[in-house]
Structure formats: structure tokens, C-alpha cells
Design a protein. Sequence first.
Length: 221
Amino acid sequence: MLRAIFLKEWLKLRWALLGLLLLHVGMLAYLFLRLRHQFKVEHSEMIWYWAFELRRLPYDQLIYLPALTGAVIAVAQFAPEMIGGRFRLSLHLPIRGDVLVWTWVAFGAGAGLVLALLDAAGLYGIVSLFFPREAAASAVLTALPWLLGGWVSYFSTTLLLLEPAASRRIIYLALGLAFLGLLYLHRGYQEYDRILPVLAAMSLLFVPAVVLPAHRYRHRS
């Protein structure tokens, strides 16, 4: 049964995931071309001053990419389920409702994780081509809140789509936007190093939360 569910999710998401993969590769390629162009037209000392003395992030075009990715995966995965009552029919499969929902989100969150790892590896590799390896490691640590934003965006969008009550949808939307706002407050390098483990632990609360709207959807009158 679980194998059939994973196959169904793959068939449902494959084109969205392909589009997102091309988008991520394209953004990383743009980052590489942008840095190469800067080093061709500017002195390396000026770029170093701009990046590390003025604390300007040379890879800031990647900031919102994980959050967009999480939202797109959630919409592609759950919007079809909410059309025509398909979600209610799925809850009558010979599998516990909570296990079914967690299987769905495991596939969606896993796909987002693969893209996040691609971003982290690509960011490290590209930055290390132009800066010392310490700067490349710092780039990944700086980008970790953005990557966590992809997780938050996916789960908050999932909650928004699964919830049958409009009032609770507003609450989930507000909580998701507030959490994302916390992850995008920084303007420099590694400003979240101390607080990020706490935020990551808090984001794990989204995992059991996705079962609640599914339960309400199944038992609403």
C-alpha cells in the first residue's frame, strides 16, 4: 500500500518537481555567471570589500527560492486532492488516516529536502570557486534559515489546503507567514547560528499538526 501511495505521489508531482529542478539549476547557474562577471569587471579587492566589509551577500537571489519551492510542492500535491472530494475518498483507503497523511508529507518534504541539498551543495561549490573555503562554508550556514523556510512553507501551505474550516485557514496562514518572517530578518552572514536550532525544533511541530485538519475533514458533518 505504501509503495502504491509513493507511486501515486510521484506521478502527481513529477512535472512540478522537474520544473522546480530546472529552476534551481538555473538559479545556481545564474549565481555562477554573476560572480564570474563581477570578478571579470571588478578588482578582487573591491569584491572582497563589498562582500565581507560591507556585508553584502553575493548570493541573495537564492533567499526566497526554498520558500517558493515548498509552496509549489504543497499546492501541486494537495490542491488536486481537495478538488471534488478526492481527499475524503483517500481517507477510506485500508490504511490509518494519520499514516496516509504522513506518507504524503514524507514524500513532499523529502522532495523539498533533495532540492535543498542541491542548493546547499551548489552554493558551496560555486562560492568556493571564487572565495576561500571558509567563505563557502559560511555561505551554507547563512543559507540554512532560507532552507528551513522551505520546510515551513511546505507544511504551512499543506495545513492551509487540508483545513476544512475557513477560520482555521486564516490562523494557519498567519502562523506560517509569521514563522517565515522570523527566518528572513537577517541581513548579514550567519546571524542565525545560535537561534537556528531552536527554530528548527519549533518547525518540527508542523509534522504532527498536519494530521489535525485531516481528522476534522474526515469527521465534519
